[in-house]
Design a protein around this ligand. Structure first.
Ligand code: UDP
Length: 335
């Protein structure tokens, strides 16, 4: 298939583009490079532009005879969404509607959408299955839920076929270390811990050690970025016009902040100092997927089930690209 990957220069999108090409598809990337990187697009074509430019999107859909769209272009930081909700509603909702309308105008109706476990808010029961009420507790979660609802309406009214994939904690990198996670500022746990291993930070601050979890720190379900990608490939094959599929993507296993730091120590061989700090506002104590529906509907099983396996790939990226994409020097290695 010819697949338009919106946000394909970003962290998850850039891994997706490679998997699409390896699976025999033709990826075409549309990215405004606001948080993505030209160097992250290692196969296929890159068009630099805005997804809310309806004429541009229509042009790409026609020129490249696009069969389906994958949509990764979103702002995705919970804390930032609380401080600057307009940015989130404009990009994640308003611009996405322009994308959907461009698709509708040229009759491209297949879309795989990146949703999130943040649409569940703070669920009372863990592991979280898809029947759990979606009650977001921050603007980021609301924006993603808004698009899920719109896709359902577009499927019924306009015959769209969609999959909304609710990611848990995306982590890891390409095992060869050539592409990976690069955010500025970085807020995600594993990159922060690995930057500490590299000596770029003095210590890791554990956000809260008095949670009602086994070791007092927050528990998350870390899912490898290539496992997210393989689920997208499976979803792409199964898109049916007029129908939608909403599934969780996680391993089904939860690991605490302390367990992740310890796994990073094992993988890197570095001491990695950590101190206990305040809770981060908006953090639910435990988010773990019940991923059985994805297995059933997509025939999908994650390959990486242990944090150490995931961290090993993240370390391959961070240790060879200690300053990320912008200032990376080919072939440099820091260990
Ligand atoms: N976390 C932490 N210290 C950090 C960054 C994150 O203790 O410097 C915790 C955070 O509170 C959460 C978990 O690590 O419980 C994962 O956070 P991340 O930002 O990676 O993902 P989120 O779960 O917020 O999407």
């Amino acid at each position: 298939m010819n697949v338009l990957v919106v946000g394909g220069a970003g962290y998850i999108g850039s891994h997706m583009v490679r998997l699409l090409a390896a699976d025999g598809h033709r990826p075409v990337v549309l990215d405004n490079l606001s948080t993505g990187f030209r160097q992250a697009v290692t196969v296929g074509e890159l068009v630099v532009g805005e997804m809310n430019n309806r004429e541009l999107v229509k042009q790409i859909l026609s020129d490249y005879k696009i069969d389906a769209v994958m949509h990764f272009a979103a702002c995705a930081l919970v804390g930032e969404s609380v401080i600057d909700p307009a940015k989130y509603y404009l990009n994640n909702v308003s611009a996405t509607f322009e994308l959907l309308e461009a698709m509708r105008e040229v009759d491209v109706k297949r879309i795989v959408f990146s949703s999130t476990c943040a649409t569940y808010g703070e669920p009372k029961v863990v592991p979280i299955n898809e029947q759990t009420p979606q009650q977001p507790v921050n603007p980021y979660g609301f924006t993603k839920l808004a698009i899920e609802r719109a896709l359902s309406d577009y499927a019924h009214a306009y015959d769209f076929g969609y999959a909304a994939l609710r990611y848990f904690n995306a982590a890891g990198a390409s095992p060869d270390g050539s592409i990976g996670e690069d955010h500025d500022p970085e807020s995600h746990l594993i990159p922060i811990v690995l930057q500490t291993a590299l000596g770029q930070r003095e210590q890791v601050t554990i956000y809260g050690s008095d949670w009602s979890t086994p070791d007092g720190t927050c528990v998350r379900d870390y899912i490898h970025v290539d496992d997210l990608g393989s689920a997208h490939l499976a979803a792409l094959e199964r898109l049916k016009l007029g129908e939608g599929l909403c599934v969780n993507l996680g391993t089904g296993n939860g690991f605490s902040v302390r367990q992740i730091i310890e796994a990073c120590r094992q993988v890197t061989g570095h001491a990695i100092p950590a101190i206990e700090g305040e809770r981060r506002p908006g953090d639910p104590p435990e988010l773990v997927a019940d991923a059985s529906l994805a297995k059933e509907k997509l025939g999908w099983v994650p390959k990486y089930t242990e944090p150490a396996q995931i961290i090993k790939t993240a370390w391959a990226w961070h240790s060879t690209n200690p300053t990320g994409y912008e200032k990376r020097t080919e072939g440099s290695t820091v260990v």
